[in-house]
Write a protein that binds this ligand. Structure first.
Ligand code: ADP
Ligand code: ASP
Ligand code: MG
Length: 437
């Protein structure tokens, strides 16, 4: 059994839903995970935003526009009155539910309930369409098995048990369909796995059931060797090690959600990235490949802040770094990059939340300098230190760009550079020119 996940664009129109239905109904008894139709989660966030601000009219305007979009999809999708009616009733119930929040108090809890409707609607549309096409599909409602624990991590034992029960109950089905992204938390409330979290749903299901493969279907033919939104002529990478994929996902390759690599890696389940619009393309396979002595790809992570702490007290002293790191720990702020010298340390963070407090605390230990609007450019591949020349190639590409920090040697898979936001596109292109042409 495989787990196949289809993202928002893959189910973004009636025609795309039909294409995906076609694709999944000919690939065997698999579990299919769907995201919300593209744009829906953003609209639901916007609706919630108006409701937080108690602007019920603003919320209603977006609710109505979204509902009209779904009505048009229903009109185009179904050919029989029976299934049109079944789908219309479910979608109408969802929108009535969303409207019901416009009266009283609105909190994070209500927002999560609203956000959950995106995946509930896309799955409902697909479910009824498959039924109309006489596919014997069984629905596995995520809210009945996908749960996070008190640390907001997937509760693997619970998920495994509940999923197995649901599968047993529907043992004769030809195909299983389920919601990405949405879950319940440790308190039984509706919650989600963060933006882009359907990839994690697929990975967690694959790990729980020991699936043969996890397939992430999207709108591009695999992981490209650079960000196709900023660099022309990028090419798909045929294979990646789990560690390489994790670095790329974490450092900005949007095709894969960073959290989804770990469950697959721990259970040694290959992850394949495939294109809904070109199903025959080989895509990218992510697994425990042998070292390839190649640089595979480049990615960029935006909105980075660099913090430098300089102190002559650091010279020949021990315990300085611990004190610095403890401050970040106290403020629950993860550090991405680090560079040290004998008299100072530079670190980067990807959130400015609590930055003022962090800086105030750091000032007890040294002079603090901040650089905002920075970007981490991450070069990923087999960068084990005995392999000569790769660092030079990367550095040479950046010879005309001011580099604020460099980090190498933390893993065998990456070398990272910190540059300013204005130089991001230039740096990505220069690296592609030097590394892949
Ligand atoms: P989905 O909605 O299916 O989850 P996403 O929008 O999350 O799809 O991810 C696919 C997008 O990721 C692509 O359209 C592409 O623009 C972007 N992307 C960014 N970096 C890369 C990369 N290195 N390789 C492929 N796609 C990338
Ligand atoms: N629909 C959710 C989002 O837009 C989850 C996902 O697409 O993976 O973030
Ligand atoms: Mg995605």
């Amino acid at each position: 059994m495989k787990v196949l996940k289809f993202g928002g664009t893959s189910v973004g129109t009636a025609q795309r839903i039909k294409d995906v239905a076609n694709l999944i109904s000919t690939r065997g008894k698999n579990i299919v995970v769907l995201s919300a139709m593209s744009g829906t989660t953003n609209s639901l966030i916007e609706i919630s935003d108006y409701l937080y601000k108690r602007n019920v009219e603003g919320a209603k305007e977006i609710i109505n526009a979204l509902e009209n979009k779904y009505r048009r999809v229903i009109d185009e999708l179904y050919t029989t009155e029976e299934f049109k009616l079944l789908a219309s009733n479910e979608i109408r119930d969802c929108f009535n539910y969303i409207r019901s929040f416009s009266k009283d108090l609105f909190t994070l809890f209500e927002e999560k309930e609203i956000l959950s409707r995106g995946e509930i609607m896309s799955v409902a549309l697909m479910y009824h369409y498959l039924r109309e096409q006489h596919v014997d599909v069984a629905l596995l409602p995520s809210l009945e098995y996908m749960r996070t624990d008190k640390n907001s991590e997937p509760d693997t034992q619970y998920i495994k048990e509940k999923l197995e029960t649901l599968l047993e109950r529907n043992a004769d089905a030809a195909l299983y369909l389920t919601h990405g992204y949405i879950c319940r938390n440790a308190y039984g409330e509706i919650d989600n796995l963060q933006r882009g979290g359907s990839d994690l749903t697929a990975s967690v299901i694959g790990a729980a059931l020991g699936a043969e493969e996890i397939e992430i279907w999207t709108d591009i033919d695999g992981m490209h060797n650079n960000d196709p939104r900023f660099v022309e002529g990028t090419k798909p990478v045929d294979e990646l090690h789990f560690e390489e994929a994790a670095e790329l996902a974490y450092f900005g390759a949007k095709i894969l959600h960073p959290t989804c690599v770990l469950p697959a890696k721990l259970n040694n389940i290959p992850v394949r990235l495939l294109n809904t619009m070109a199903p025959e393309a080989p895509g990218t396979v992510i697994y425990n490949t042998l070292p390839s002595h190649r640089i595979k790809a480049v990615a960029a992570k935006d909105n980075i802040t660099a913090i430098k702490i300089k102190s002559s007290r650091m010279l020949l002293a021990y315990g300085f770094l611990r004190k610095v790191f403890e401050i970040f720990e106290t403020h629950k702020t993860p550090i991405d990059m680090i560079a040290t010298s004998e008299v100072g340390v530079s670190v980067t963070v990807d959130s400015t939340k609590g930055l003022d407090d962090i800086v105030n605390d750091l000032k007890k230990f040294g002079t603090v300098t901040i650089d905002h609007d920075m970007v981490i450019i991450c070069v990923v591949g087999d960068l084990e230190w005995h392999n000569c020349g790769f660092e030079t190639l990367a550095l040479d590409a950046l010879k005309d760009i001011p580099v604020r920090m460099i980090s190498y040697g933390g893993s065998n898979y990456n070398i990272s550079f910190l540059v300013s936001k204005e130089d991001k596109v230039k740096a990505l292109n220069a690296l592609s020119d030097n590394l892949f042409k």
